[in-house]
Design a protein around this ligand. Structure first.
Ligand SMILES: Nc1ncnc2c1ncn2[C@@H]1O[C@H](COP(=O)(O)OP(=O)(O)OP(=O)(O)O)[C@@H](O)[C@H]1O
Ligand SMILES: [Mg+2]
Length: 408
């Protein structure tokens, strides 16, 4: 039997490419950090803190910069004896109302054993307990609510908490909220009162471009990878791919980590562009599979129709043709087809998920129409569909057609 054996020729510290790693230095965010520091300045001056709302796409450094900056703030505030700063950080991912967030905050403030249960109290009672705990702690308190969009429509806490002091509910504590979100619509959906308070200072983190990602990767690679275990070409490609797709540092780091795993598994000496290409394909496949889970069977068939067109080299292809293909696939699978309108909606969903792309064509007299094409590699879509559909013969036909047209 094969036994485990230590392999460390590629990675020096693989954890440094993972999600829980806290980078020592933040690259390429000087302007944003300046703005962020301005927003937090009142804390150092001893005034009531601003409420800050930080937004930007996934993976652009919102959490990393916030953690870094709050650490710096804590250290710097230490020099002033008259400031007593506390930071309460909460990830709201699993908390979908003000009530749940308030309970979590109370329990974070209470000593262990004194926690309250997460059901059974009226909301105002929980808020009152929260104010009590905050007041007991006193000083300046920053409440950091990451992934705050999870709180949804029940956002009362976001306007009640910042007003608690002026409403006489807090005497000793000066509280500021830092809200973080990657959902651009969240701000607009907020209750107007919550919007006014929470968004006192708004900070936007834009996506990274390729040179920025390259720098972030380089500084991470020196910590994470063994010396000589990668070349510039590999980092370059990770940066370029992530910049083109999302501008996310997380995506770039994921590509590099996965490419490193491939190199390691194959006992190769270092990470090359080829390993990055394999990693890219694998990540894309995961994204498609992930996206597919959110779709209904008819969504899968709508995708199958586009895939089938792609196998015949007939994409981009217009709605009417996708629909005809869909109907004929339904016949083969012996299921009742949906109306064209519904399939149109499914195609829009697939487009939102980044699985399809749609191009608008202008025809002048007859109005505009969209033509659809795959926005992921053919093989990724096929693998994902094979996982969710039990349609062996149909999929086999498509595969053969694709081979005949030189697609795979
Ligand atoms: N400017 C940067 N310098 C160094 N590392 C960075 C930088 N920006 C992001 N990273 C790294 O990229 C990864 C993703 O960043 P982060 O978690 O901060 O993203 P986010 O904006 O909070 O995304 P999400 O909205 O998905 O929570 C982390 O590993 C982080 O350490
Ligand atoms: Mg984050």
């Amino acid at each position: 039997m094969r036994r485990f054996e230590r392999k460390q020729n590629i990675f020096h510290n693989k954890d440094a490419l993972g999600e829980s790693y806290r980078p020592e230095r933040i690259q390429e965010r000087d302007e944003e950090i300046d703005e962020y520091m301005d927003a937090l300045q009142p804390v150092v001056d001893g005034w009531e803190p601003n409420n800050v709302f930080l937004y930007g796409n996934t993976g652009v450094g919102k959490t990393a910069v916030t953690e870094y900056l709050l650490k710096v703030l804590r250290e710097d505030v230490d020099r002033y004896d008259d400031i007593d700063l506390h930071v309460l950080s909460l990830n709201c991912k699993t908390l979908n109302s003000s009530y749940q967030v308030a309970i979590e905050l109370v329990n974070e403030l209470r000593p262990s054993g004194g926690e309250i249960s997460s059901t059974g109290y009226p909301q105002q009672t929980v808020f009152k307990k929260l104010y009590q705990e905050l007041d007991e702690l006193g000083g300046t308190i920053l409440v950091v609510l990451d992934e705050i969009d999870s709180i949804g429509e029940r956002d009362e806490l976001l306007y009640e908490l910042p007003r608690a002091r002026s409403n006489g509910k807090l005497e000793h504590a000066k509280v500021g909220i830092v809200g973080i979100s990657n959902d651009f619509k969240f701000r607009d959906r907020l209750d107007p009162r919550a919007q006014d308070t929470l968004c006192e200072r708004e900070l936007h983190f834009p996506p990274y471009d390729a040179p920025e990602l390259q720098n972030i990767l380089e500084s991470r690679a020196t910590v994470a990878l063994a010396e000589g275990a990668y070349d510039d070409g590999a980092l370059n490609l990770c940066a370029a791919l992530a910049a083109r797709d999302s501008g996310s540092a997380r995506q770039a780091l994921d590509l590099l980590r996965l490419a490193g795993e491939y190199a390691e598994n194959r006992d190769d000496e270092g990470i090359t562009r080829d390993h990055v290409e394999i990693a890219r394909e694998k990540l894309e496949q995961e994204r498609v599979v992930e996206g597919m889970r959110e779709l209904t069977v008819n969504g899968h068939y709508a995708l199958l129709a586009v895939v089938s067109k792609a196998a015949q080299r007939e994409t981009p292809c217009r709605m009417r043709d996708v629909y005809d293909e869909y109907v004929s696939l339904c016949e083969k699978a012996d299921i009742e087809p949906l109306a064209q309108r519904s399939i149109h909606n499914h195609l829009s969903d697939l487009r939102m998920l980044g699985i399809l792309s749609a191009e608008e064509n202008r025809t002048g007299s007859r109005g505009n129409y969209y033509s659809y094409a795959l926005d992921v590699p053919f093989s990724s879509a096929m693998t994902a569909l094979t996982d969710v559909l039990s349609l062996e013969s149909v999929l086999e036909d498509i595969r053969t057609t694709a081979q005949r047209h030189g697609i795979v």
